[in-house]
Design a binder for this molecule. Structure first.
Ligand code: HEC
Length: 157
């Protein structure tokens, strides 16, 4: 497992590495914290996307250090190993507060592709030299959030 975390695949969400649903079932106290932890990951994504969006719209003044830091954090957040946070058995309906569709765990390669799209889109933002360049790189970031939410985020309850 340690070796695998070094591969490009597991740099992204580590879904599927813990394949036994009984892990979550037998560790009930961990599951709520796992959902809280991945919500925190998503909140951090939203915070940094918000900074870039504000700069793209001219609501916040362009600043290269701010752009690079936000984009780097986005990229690195997308590369967190999700093995500990996206535990099998924590889909919507199984654990309070979860809106992760069960399909996340059955479509593992597609989830990895989507989170990799986000990492690449964030990487492409690094070095954006002015407001227009931030705006141009913004679409791919927002698009990658949307694509995954449409596929794998369940309805509000
Ligand atoms: C690989 C899939 C994927 C990508 C990419 C993704 N999300 Fe999410 N996001 C989810 C899922 C699934 C949930 C629901 C998780 C849950 O409730 O357990 C979620 C939930 C959220 C939430 C709600 C968190 C909470 O506190 O309830 C926010 C905010 C969010 N995402 C923002 C973003 C932003 C911004 C991006 C892009 C920069 C993004 N997400 C990219 C899958 C993704």
């Amino acid at each position: 497992m340690k070796k695998m975390t070094k591969t490009a695949m597991t740099l992204a969400l580590g879904l599927g590495l813990v394949t036994s649903a009984s892990f979550a079932a037998s560790h009930a106290s961990v599951t709520n914290k796992a959902v809280a932890a991945r919500h925190a990951q998503m909140q951090m994504l939203a915070y940094h996307t918000g900074i870039l969006g504000s700069i793209a719209k001219g609501e916040m003044e362009y600043n290269s250090a701010m752009v690079d830091a936000a984009a780097t954090n986005l990229r690195d957040l997308a590369k967190l190993d999700g093995t500990t946070m996206w535990l099998p058995g924590t889909e919507q309906g199984a654990v309070d507060g979860s809106r992760a569709k069960a399909e996340m765990w059955s479509n593992f390669p597609d989830v990895i592709a989507k989170v990799t799209d986000l990492a690449n889109a964030a990487d492409a933002m690094i070095g954006a030299a002015d407001q227009a360049a931030v705006g141009a790189a913004m679409g791919a970031i927002g698009g990658s959030c949307k694509a995954c939410h449409e596929a794998y985020r369940g309805p509000k309850t």
